[in-house]
Every structure is written in structure tokens, then in C-alpha cells.
Design a protein around this ligand. Structure first.
Ligand SMILES: Nc1ncnc2c1ncn2[C@@H]1O[C@H](COP(=O)(O)OP(=O)(O)OP(=O)(O)O)[C@@H](O)[C@H]1O
Ligand SMILES: [Mg+2]
Length: 280
């Protein structure tokens, strides 16, 4: 049985304990703990430079921590040998900050990169088929598979990046600032797509964002990075119980109020409150 046949049925696909990340003397994370629940969209927020991307990179094994442990699907990522990590690497998909599509490859070819890496035996015709399917799944027209990134709008590029992140049918999805640079409607559409795919495919999502609308609209819980720590994790109403100034300023400021109003308008327009459990 291959690793992809094993579906994680534990409660926490990601468990981080006592994680310290540092560059020389510069400590980014100081013994942080965080658990990500299966099936949730966990929003990860914090000021610029608080280490959101570094945290994601350490979970996917691209950043070696100074100390602490990170388990993904029960596999220790820090202490494991590289060939042990391969078994879990094909169970996550990543949309890096900025998208990072290969500009010399078409969208379809971009989606095929992880497929070829993990399943080199796949026939070209099947690779094309899967790439086209993943492309359409993210709301792009099938023709987009044969376009180069330079021929796409910002929103389309994000969807193409998502198609590549979904190439291996992951259980776990990492999205680093997926709506940055999109107009509000494009961002809201992308959020809706993320929520739909999460629910339909049974994904767990680690979603780094600055976008308050995204947090209110689709995140089940939010983790807040500040002072080199995870200073809070919970639903937004739970976080609001904290008197940490950053949390208060962020979730009680005018932009947060605008995000709540926008979510409520969206819910009224749909004639339902689909995610009422995420009420603020
Ligand atoms: N490879 C590296 N070498 C040295 N310092 C780094 C490296 N990568 C990140 N850093 C530093 O670590 C800190 C955290 O960076 P990170 O990219 O995780 O921030 P972030 O929270 O994602 O910020 P943003 O919201 O702007 O994306 C920053 O001060 C950054 O300069
Ligand atoms: Mg970042």
C-alpha cells in the first residue's frame, strides 16, 4: 500500500511543540506550540515579518528548526530521514507566497510537475488529463491549461497555483497569502473556492493571510503570531477574549468591523448563513 492510500484519521494532522526557528542570533519563533485540526481551515495571522512563512516552511521541511518537534500525519518531520518524509510530502500541496509558477511552463505543465516527480511512470496522455481536470476544478476554463502564466490575470495565476497544489490529491493544503494582490471580488471568489474545495475534498488547510475578509468568511479558527510566539488560537470570538493589544487592534479595529459587515452582507445576499458557526 502506498502512503497516499492511507488517509489520516487522527484529530491533528499537524502537531508543533516547542518549535524554535532562528537565523543566526535572530530568533523568529521561540518555543511555539500549535495543533491544526483535521478538516479545518486554520487562518494564520501576524504582522509582517512575524514568521508566518517561516513557520509554513518548517512544517513542510524546507526550514530546519533550531529545536522542537513537528509532526505531520504523525510523522516527525524534523528528525526524519529524507526518504521517510517523502511518504508524507505527497500528501500535502503548497501554494507559496507570490504563486511561484514556472514561467516557462504552461499551466498544465506546471500542474504536472509534482505528478511527474512522484509518479514518473504516468503516461503523458494521463498527465494531460489530470492537469486539465485540476485546472478546471479551480474554476479556470480548460483552455487555460495550455496558457503560459504571463498570459493570465493575477486571479487566474492564483487558481493555477492552486491547481498545482491540488495535483497530488492532498489531504493537507498550505496557502501562503493566496488572496494578496487580488481585487475584493477576486479575493472573495477565491475564498469561496477554498471553502468549497475544503469541504468537498475533506482537506485540512493552513492558510496564511492578512485578509480580514478571508478570516471572517472561511476560517474555522485563527492562530495569531506575535512576540515570537503563537499568542492565541481559536475562533475569532474566542480570540477577542484576549486582551493582547495586537489581537484587540486587529480584530476590533475599523477594518475588522468592515470585514464583519461585508460577511454579513454576503450571507444576506445568499439568503442564508452557511457558516453561522463562525459568527463573530
Ligand atoms: N532565509 C532567511 N534568512 C534570514 N532571515 C530570514 C530568512 N527567511 C526569513 N527570514 C526572516 O525571518 C522573519 C520572518 O520572515 P517571514 O517571511 O516568515 O515573515 P512573514 O510573517 O511571512 O511576513 P509577511 O507577512 O511579510 O509575508 C523576517 O524577519 C525575515 O527577514
Ligand atoms: Mg510571508
Amino acid at each position: 500500500m502506498s502512503a497516499s492510500d492511507l488517509h489520516f484519521d487522527g484529530e491533528f494532522p499537524i502537531v508543533i511543540e516547542g518549535l524554535t526557528n532562528a537565523f543566526g542570533d535572530f530568533v523568529v519563533h521561540d518555543e511555539i506550540d500549535l495543533k491544526v485540526r483535521r478538516g479545518e481551515i486554520l487562518g494564520v495571522v501576524g504582522g509582517s515579518g512575524t514568521g508566518k512563512s517561516v513557520l509554513m516552511r518548517s512544517i513542510i521541511g524546507l526550514q530546519i528548526p533550531r529545536c522542537g518537534s513537528i509532526e505531520v500525519f504523525g510523522q516527525d518531520i524534523v528528525a526524519a530521514e529524507p526518504d521517510e518524509v517523502i511518504g508524507v510530502r505527497n500528501r500535502w500541496g503548497v501554494l507559496f507566497q507570490g504563486g511561484a509558477l514556472f514561467s516557462t511552463l504552461t499551466v498544465g505543465e506546471n500542474v504536472q510537475v509534482p505528478l511527474k516527480q512522484f509518479y514518473p511512470e504516468l503516461e503523458p496522455v494521463l498527465l494531460d488529463e489530470i492537469a486539465r481536470y485540476k485546472t478546471v476544478m479551480t474554476g479556470l476554463p480548460a483552455e487555460a491549461a495550455s496558457k503560459y502564466p504571463s498570459e493570465l490575470s493575477g486571479g487566474m495565476k492564483k487558481r493555477a497555483g492552486l491547481a498545482r497544489a491540488l495535483a497530488l490529491d492532498p489531504e493537507l493544503l498550505f496557502l501562503d497569502e493566496p488572496t494578496a494582490g487580488l481585487d475584493p471580488i477576486g479575493a472573495a471568489n477565491f475564498d469561496e473556492l477554498t471553502r468549497e474545495l475544503t469541504d468537498t475534498l475533506g482537506l485540512t488547510v493552513f492558510l496564511i493571510t492578512h485578509d480580514l475578509d478571508t478570516l471572517y468568511a472561511i476560517c474555522d479558527r485563527v492562530a495569531v503570531l506575535a512576540d515570537k510566539k503563537v499568542i492565541g488560537v481559536g475562533t475569532i470570538p474566542e480570540l477577542l477574549q484576549s486582551d493582547h493589544p495586537w489581537i484587540q487592534e486587529y480584530f476590533n479595529g475599523p477594518r475588522a468591523r468592515a470585514a464583519v459587515a461585508s460577511r454579513d452582507r454576503g450571507n444576506r445576499a445568499k439568503g442564508m448563513d452557511k457558516h453561522s458557526d463562525r459568527e463573530a
